[in-house]
Design a protein around this ligand. Structure first.
Ligand SMILES: NC(=O)c1ccc[n+]([C@@H]2O[C@H](COP(=O)([O-])OP(=O)(O)OC[C@H]3O[C@@H](n4cnc5c(N)ncnc54)[C@H](OP(=O)(O)O)[C@@H]3O)[C@@H](O)[C@H]2O)c1
Length: 350
């Protein structure tokens, strides 16, 4: 099958090439085989390709197939599995930039039937990550004010949707007008642009001068986050998208003066240590999807075929995309037809 194999890290993602690799074989730890229709173009994949992510020190070393989030259809699964051949699924695992993947049950889910594969892929793990950060760790409650930094990004946009669905007031901070429009369409309470040099003041003004109760920071701006907080605010550190590898240092008196709580949330590590909690986070988030009708926000540029990988990851890194950019690996209809032929039955009966 075709895949984006990293046999050594690349300094520039436009150098990424397709390789021909053996198709994955189901094993005891990864017994479910999935044909991939779509894969997400994420900040993490950009870092993984270049060897710049903290996981490249331990878990993710060459050779590996790039790509962390996908959607598609189950080709085969053990009879004990809750997934049947032909089931539409989305999941998170290394190896998503390929025509097929083998995966364990815990990292695979069924999307609501109204979501296309592309939409399911765009949601990926973002909902569970943002729920874990805002609710499990951040203890966000209805009526509180939350400021989301990197609000138009893949994680940020779902953080805004979750906060609104929970009845919180949202200040979305973004880097440009197109992204501001996306936020307005979502119905956030205020949009602030951090190309305004006084953007922290604008966040304070949006809350009537009090400051926010919670900051969701996926860009790496802890000092600014503290400036945006009310007394005893909570800052949740999720990522460092704007830091280019240079993580900031913050003087501790800033934390003391406002009585701030700073807490980090690392979805992957949390899942490795506390898998049951992560499954509960997924259930709670998918319940919110059903009750509040949360929809995946998909960037509107098309990336067709695994060959689009370089252009797709370049757009992601240059902050062109909003919501989640998604690459079509194989058209959904083509995958459904192939599985239909292989299994000798109809998808609708599966
Ligand atoms: N904690 C966890 O478990 C976890 C899991 C997955 C990912 N992450 C991390 O969370 C962060 C966000 O991930 P994501 O998937 O939401 O990324 P994303 O879709 O690329 O969004 C990040 C947003 O950050 C903003 N940004 C500001 N400066 C930037 C810069 N110099 N380069 C790139 N983006 C910049 C961009 O919005 P504007 O253009 O509007 O500024 C962009 O929309 C990343 O650091 C990622 O590694 C954490």
């Amino acid at each position: 099958m075709k895949a984006v194999l990293i046999d050594k890290f690349v300094p520039d993602v436009s150098q990424l090439k397709l390789s021909s690799v053996p198709s994955p074989i189901p094993s005891a730890s990864k017994p479910i085989r999935v044909r991939i229709t779509h894969a997400s173009l994420t900040h993490v994949d950009n870092l993984y390709a270049q060897g710049l992510h903290q996981n490249n020190q331990r878990h993710v070393k060459p050779p590996f197939i790039l790509g962390t989030e996908f959607a598609g259809y189950v080709v085969s699964a053990p009879s004990s599995s809750s997934f049947r051949p032909g089931t539409k699924v989305f999941g998170g695992s290394l190896g998503a930039y390929a025509e097929e993947i083998c995966i364990d049950e815990a990292n695979l889910r069924k999307p609501p039937s109204r979501w296309t594969c592309k939409e399911a892929c765009a949601m990926g793990s973002s909902g569970a990550i943002s729920w874990g950060a805002l609710v499990s760790v951040g203890k966000l409650k209805a009526g509180e004010w939350v400021c989301v930094l990197g609000a138009a990004g893949g994680l940020g946009v779902v953080a805004c949707q979750i906060a609104l669905a929970l009845g919180a007031n949202v200040v979305a901070v973004v880097g440009g007008e197109k992204k501001a429009q996306v936020m307005k369409r979502l119905g956030v309470n205020a949009v602030v642009r951090y190309d305004d040099p006084d953007w922290e003041k604008r966040v304070m003004e949006a809350t009537g001068g009090e400051g926010v109760d919670v900051v969701y920071d996926s860009v790496g701006a802890v000092l600014s986050s503290i400036k945006c907080c009310a007394y005893r605010g909570r800052v949740i550190i999720v990522g460092f998208a704007a830091r280019g590898g240079q993580v900031e240092e913050v003087k501790m008196n800033r934390i003391l003066l406002k009585g701030i709580t700073v807490v980090g949330y690392r979805f992957g590590e949390h899942g490795r240590r506390f898998p049951d909690e992560t499954q509960a986070i997924w259930r709670e988030f998918m319940n919110l999807v059903e009750t509040k009708g949360i929809k995946p926000i998909v960037y509107d540029r098309e990336y067709i075929g695994l060959e689009a990988i370089g252009a797709g990851l370049k757009d992601q890194a240059s902050r062109k995309s909003w919501g989640r950019a998604v690459m079509t690996v194989t058209e959904e209809e083509e995958v459904k037809t192939t599985i239909h032929k292989d299994s000798g039955t109809t998808i609708s009966r599966l």
